[in-house]
Design a protein around this ligand. Structure first.
Ligand SMILES: C[S@@+](CC[C@H](N)C(=O)[O-])C[C@H]1O[C@@H](n2cnc3c(N)ncnc32)[C@H](O)[C@@H]1O
Length: 270
């Protein structure tokens, strides 16, 4: 584990909501605080399907990881990991490929506090946790290189992360910088929330989160697709999250109850 000594007291700010803890609350986890639940309930009042969206998003991660492992990928760099929720990415990958190597990375100290659950690799594989911010790609690459072989394909996993990164912080440029470090044959797997289907509710949600200090940068289908400009999209291309290779997983209860306002895709570096 690198980036911060896990034995030092963690600087967990319970005065404002944090995305990792709100997401944990949506998923029915216990690693959240009243401030997260309060904001989560406000999001639910705008769209009661938010917990379904969280599970649908998580299920995409499972399916995309399965697809990649079945297609020979053995290395994963997962940024914006979230509080561990079984099965985690390494468990999905290592079920297919026990020798898979996974580097997790998040900037929230609560994820660091629970990182031990991410470090239970198979004996043949490896898992590691880095405490770092996606806006600091140099630190992430430096840490990941100690575990992953950057001469062999790596799947860069940015699942439900980039809608917390504004254009001012250079979301598209950050992805390009990370991909530039990876060899050809690497992959990008990503989901992203959008306002395309619920513009009014999304605008209110964005304002509420902003007032609480959380950036929400929802992007259109076109803006999402731009992340993959220099890559070859895997079939079926950019899809509404549950429609990406549904055959690779089990349906999430409630997912057919209207369009899930998020896009997902997997693409290969040329
Ligand atoms: C909605 S959760 C997604 C968790 C997981 N990827 C999944 O899809 O199940 C978003 C995660 O991104 C992390 N995050 C947000 N901003 C970040 C940043 N600037 N750098 C690294 N992680 C960040 C949050 O702490 C949180 O754990």
């Amino acid at each position: 584990m690198t980036g911060q000594d896990p034995t030092t007291p963690l600087d967990i700010d319970t005065s404002r909501p944090h995305p990792a803890r709100m997401y944990d609350w949506y998923l029915g986890g216990k690693d959240n605080y009243p401030v997260d639940e309060e904001m989560g309930r406000q999001m639910l009042a705008l769209d009661p399907r938010v917990p379904v969206m969280a599970r649908v998003n998580r299920a995409f991660m499972h399916r995309a990881t399965r697809w990649l492992a079945k297609n020979g990928v053995r290395q994963f760099l997962d940024i914006g990991t979230g509080i561990p929720t079984e099965p985690n990415l390494h468990q999905v990958a290592q079920q297919i490929a026990p020798d898979a190597r996974v580097v997790y990375c998040d900037n929230d100290p609560i994820v660091l506090a629970h990182a031990a659950a991410l470090l239970r690799s198979t004996p043949e594989g490896v898992t590691e946790y880095l405490q770092a911010d996606v806006r600091d790609p140099a630190t992430i690459v430096e840490g990941a290189r100690k575990i992953l072989d950057f001469d062999r394909p790596v799947a860069l996993s940015l699942i439900a992360l980039l809608h917390f990164i504004s254009d001012e912080d250079g979301a598209h440029e950050l992805v390009d910088r990370l991909l530039a470090e990876l060899p050809s044959g690497s992959y990008l797997m990503m989901t992203h929330a959008t306002a395309d289907f619920t513009p009014e509710e999304s605008a209110v949600a964005t304002e509420k989160l902003k007032a609480a200090g959380v950036t929400l940068a929802l992007r259109s289908r076109e803006e999402f697709t731009r992340f993959f400009d220099a890559l070859d999209l895997v079939e079926p291309g950019v899809a509404v999250v549950p429609e990406w290779h549904p055959e690779l997983g089990d349906p999430v209860p409630g997912q057919d109850d209207g369009v899930i306002p998020g896009y997902g895709a997997v693409a290969r570096k040329r």
